[in-house]
Design a protein around this ligand. Structure first.
Ligand SMILES: Cc1cc2nc3c(=O)[nH]c(=O)nc-3n(C[C@H](O)[C@H](O)[C@H](O)COP(=O)(O)OP(=O)(O)OC[C@H]3O[C@@H](n4cnc5c(N)ncnc54)[C@H](O)[C@@H]3O)c2cc1C
Length: 328
């Protein structure tokens, strides 16, 4: 690991002033220090934002949720109002990594963590993400890679929190030296086609200062399918948000993780459910529609039936039904 300077910031202004060229913000440090140890990131200065007061709070009012970026995954998992009204968020947090990591990891860092692609994480492969000309996953070991939008760079987006946050129409407040802006999370994450070197629109030196989720009475659920159902990243995960009138769904929001280089909105699945009754048959049709245009690589077509199963079951669960489509 290269030598670096350490700066403690206790206010947002101090953090923004300290983040000069070549510096990086450190929140929990779970991802950043891994990247530094692997030689993928070598910031000359670490600006420790962990002690900025006020950014570690969750506030709920009639407008919805305001989650500070330094809120830990454990806080989200255990927050009573989130468990009650935004179960997709608490379920997603509870399925990430281990209790020890969830105590350290912040939601801001979770959204901005870098992809887990083993070619990107290895110093031995100069892939497109690092300025090279080749995506080694295309014709390599691509079991865990994207099945949509995988032609430029086949990473899957790593953030489990991003999946329900996009489905719930979450937004991020971004603060930089020039001021504040608020961006829908759906627009925050970008495709490698837009810019293969980065996964989001944050400019150098910009800080996420809040995550905002609108108030909702919609039913919501999240499901993660891992390989070993232990502390691993998902093979496939899904968040479903349903506005229901009786058994009828007036609006569905379905977002997939583990499918594409960004949290992927499954529009075809949403269309099957909008203004339709939620039944096992309709949930199955929606799940199949979600996968209709998948373009798996040589070793990851196995993800398609997994997605079809978890999308169908999560739609039914969000609607309060069991896997057979019977009210639970
Ligand atoms: C064994 C293991 C299993 C894991 N499994 C999962 C999983 O299943 N799902 C999942 O989603 N994650 C998983 N993770 C990843 C883990 O959740 C993330 O590494 C962690 O959430 C990062 O948060 P942090 O606060 O430590 O971020 P840091 O490491 O401090 O920062 C990560 C990045 O975000 C930037 N950053 C941090 N905060 C801000 C901010 N407020 N504004 C702007 N930039 C910021 C930093 O500069 C850095 O680039 C796993 C990790 C491990 C070790």
């Amino acid at each position: 690991m290269n030598r670096f300077e350490w700066v403690n910031a206790t206010t947002v202004d101090q953090a923004l002033a300290a983040v000069t060229e070549g510096a990086a913000f450190k929140a929990g440090g779970v991802d950043l220090l891994d990247l530094m140890k692997d030689g993928i990131a070598s910031p000359s200065r670490l600006v420790n934002i962990r002690q900025i007061s006020g950014l570690d709070q969750i506030r709920e009012d009639e407008d919805g949720l305001r989650i500070g970026p330094l809120v830990t995954l454990t806080q989200i998992e255990e927050h009573a109002a989130i468990q009650k009204r935004y179960p997709a968020l608490s379920e997603a947090a509870s399925r990430i990594a281990t209790p020890q990591i969830r105590n350290m990891a912040t939601v801001g860092g979770n959204l901005v963590q870098r992809p887990r692609c083993w070619y990107f994480r290895s110093e031995d492969f100069h892939c497109r993400k690092k300025g090279g000309t080749h995506c080694f996953a295309q014709d390599g070991e691509n079991d865990y890679h994207a099945i949509f939008d995988n032609r430029v760079c086949a990473i899957i987006h790593p953030s489990g929190m991003a999946v329900p946050l996009v489905a719930l129409d979450g937004r991020v407040e971004i603060t930089g030296k020039k001021g504040k802006r608020e961006v829908a999370l759906e627009k925050f994450f970008i495709s490698p086609v837009e810019n293969v070197r980065r996964e989001n629109i944050l400019e150098p030196g910009e800080l996420i200062t809040a995550i905002v989720v609108p108030a909702t009475t919609d039913r919501n659920a999240y499901y993660k399918q891992g390989e070993k159902e232990s502390f691993d990243w998902p093979l496939a995960d899904v968040a479903v948000v349903l506005a229901m009138q009786g058994l009828r769904c007036s609006k569905a929001s379905i977002v997939l993780g583990g499918a594409a280089p960004y949290p992927l909105r499954a529009q075809a699945a949403e269309s099957k459910l909008n203004n339709a009754e939620v039944t096992e048959t309709n949930a199955r049709a929606a799940a199949e529609a979600a996968m209709a245009n998948a373009m798996p690589l040589e070793k990851n077509a196995y993800k398609i039936p997994i997605f079809e199963a978890i999308i169908r079951r999560t739609i039914l669960r969000a609607a309060g039904m069991n896997a057979e489509g019977v009210a639970a």
